[in-house]
Design a protein around this ligand. Structure first.
Ligand SMILES: *[C@@H]1O[C@H](CO)[C@@H](O)[C@H](O)[C@H]1NC(C)=O
Ligand SMILES: *[C@@H]1O[C@H](CO)[C@@H](O)[C@H](O)[C@H]1NC(C)=O
Ligand SMILES: *[C@@H]1O[C@H](CO)[C@@H](O)[C@H](O)[C@H]1NC(C)=O
Ligand SMILES: *[C@@H]1O[C@H](CO)[C@@H](O)[C@H](O)[C@H]1NC(C)=O
Ligand SMILES: *[C@@H]1O[C@H](CO)[C@@H](O)[C@H](O)[C@H]1NC(C)=O
Ligand SMILES: *[C@@H]1O[C@H](CO)[C@@H](O)[C@H](O)[C@H]1NC(C)=O
Ligand SMILES: [Zn+2]
Ligand SMILES: [Zn+2]
Length: 402
């Protein structure tokens, strides 16, 4: 019996049914993003059919169940102390036009542009120096359900400085930020890797390098510290849009801003795959993933090997072989494919597997997930890419909730 089967047996049938019922609003499949009106039930939207090629940019999904309250990034958007807006923030570092197998963008953004968050280190020297950066922010505060958090009995959110629930007021002495994977006693698991200079990226042995730069600092006369970040969009935990490997989709604007938030958010299954193979059709068959499951995070040997913690890109990672990808498309209802290294496709089938997954514009690929120390089973997954207009990939923040 596989781990998945034994897990399913331990759940009450009713619970599982409820979760999957919630997963499937009106149709067997989510409408392919780009075709909001037609609730198609086929998995084989043609890559070449002309009327498919109109991405839809939305704020509201699922009849108002999901409302996007983030602004899109575009060159004209306001940027702090700039008269000309954000300007050119995205460029193609590699393109198929000059010999690369895929298009790969890089982005450069002031960290306080568009919809963004401030960490305490923005204006408090001692917090900055102690490391109170955005990675230490409390996900329970940012994602609390219900809105009035049960854990917090004080005016300030239970301190992400001490993890013990004591209040952290301005100027108190809690100077040990905690970067956590598990929030609120295991109700929220952060499955996103941190960005550091050693975060791996395809084709590099050195990782992403210095990705964050202080543009202004109090040390040279500014009232605040203000960083800028520069990243390849396919580094760390990230999402692929169809334009990554399809010329026509790229040109028509199937970028990360057009991805369907209903696919990226909802019930998901975390499964372990056999450690001795890449993900072939045979492996997919052996996992016995039930019909109706629409989001699956595949944990592989990559997690055991800690590949995401090694700065040098390693081509021996585990991923989907073309026939495994084709089997998934042909035989399952899966629309969100998550994996624990930089590519869902095994290096030997890098392009063919991506082409199979992305052809229908229905399947969203989330790569570089941090699946360490989370039990296999059913969770609610929440993945949100940046709204980078024109980008074929984006850093993405993913969490699992119990
Ligand atoms: C590749 O092509 C892009 C435009 O498509 C160009 O901006 C870039 O400089 C080229 N890079 C190289 C290395 O030729
Ligand atoms: C600003 O950055 C410097 C590093 O250049 C740091 O030492 C200082 O604490 C920071 N100040 C604030 C207000 O965050
Ligand atoms: C500001 O200070 C930083 C170090 O805190 C330094 O690297 C940078 O060059 C300085 N910039 C200017 C414009 O002086
Ligand atoms: C790659 O980028 C070029 C623009 O330089 C674009 O015309 C082309 O369609 C893109 N190809 C893919 C596969 O996305
Ligand atoms: C998976 O495929 C890669 C090549 O893409 C290979 O190097 C690796 O050994 C394979 N892993 C397993 C477990 O078979
Ligand atoms: C998927 O279906 C196509 C026909 O729709 C078939 O040609 C192909 O062999 C199938 N592949 C797998 C791996 O199931
Ligand atoms: Zn990618
Ligand atoms: Zn990819």
């Amino acid at each position: 019996m596989t781990q998945l089967q034994s897990f399913l047996l331990t759940c009450t049938v009713a619970h599982v049914m409820l979760l999957f019922a919630l997963a499937t609003p009106d149709a067997a499949y989510p409408p392919p993003y780009g075709l909001d009106q037609s609730w198609t039930t086929t998995t084989t939207a043609s890559a070449s059919s002309a009327d498919d090629l109109i991405p839809v940019r939305r704020e509201v999904y699922g009849g108002g169940r999901i409302i996007d309250i983030s602004h899109r990034y575009h060159s004209e958007m306001p940027s702090w102390e700039s008269d000309d807006g954000l300007g050119h923030f995205l460029w193609l570092a590699k393109t198929m036009k000059n010999g690369s197998l895929s298009n790969n963008s890089e982005m450069k953004l002031p960290a306080h542009t568009g919809t963004h968050v401030d960490a305490p280190g923005h204006v408090y020297d001692h917090y900055f120096d102690a490391g109170f950066d955005v990675d230490t922010l409390d996900l329970d505060v940012l994602n609390a359900i219900p809105i009035l958090s049960s854990s917090s009995s004080c005016a300030y959110p239970s301190g992400y400085g001490d993890g013990l629930g004591d209040c952290v007021g301005v100027g108190d002495s809690c100077l040990s930020p905690m970067s956590r994977q598990v929030h609120e006693n295991g109700e929220i698991f952060d499955i996103t890797h941190k960005f550091t200079p050693h975060t791996p990226v395809g084709d590099s042995t050195e990782g992403i390098g210095q990705f964050l730069t202080l543009l202004t600092s109090m040390k040279n006369g500014s009232d605040y510290n203000f960083s800028e970040m520069k990243l390849p969009v396919h580094s760390g935990t990230h999402v692929d849009a169809p334009g990554h490997m399809y010329d026509n989709y790229y040109d028509e604007g199937y970028d990360v801003d057009s991805l369907d938030l209903r696919v990226l958010n909802g019930p998901a299954l975390l499964v372990d795959v056999p450690r001795d193979k890449n993900i072939t059709a045979e492996v997919m068959k052996s996992l016995h993933i039930p019909k109706g499951v629409r989001r699956v995070l595949f944990r592989t040997l990559n997690t055991d090997r800690g590949l995401m913690y090694k700065k040098a890109f390693d081509t021996s990672y585990v991923g989907f072989m073309k026939d495994g990808a084709q089997w998934l498309v042909n035989n399952t209802d899966i629309k969100l494919v998550g994996i624990d290294y930089l590519s869902v496709a095994a290096f030997n089938d890098l392009i063919p597997s991506h082409l199979v997954f992305l052809e229908g514009k229905e399947i969203i690929l989330v790569e570089g997930l941090k699946l360490d120390d989370v039990q296999p089973g059913i969770y609610s997954v929440h993945c949100l890419p940046l709204r980078l207009v024109g980008a074929e990939g984006s850093p993405i923040r993913c969490i699992l909730m119990k």
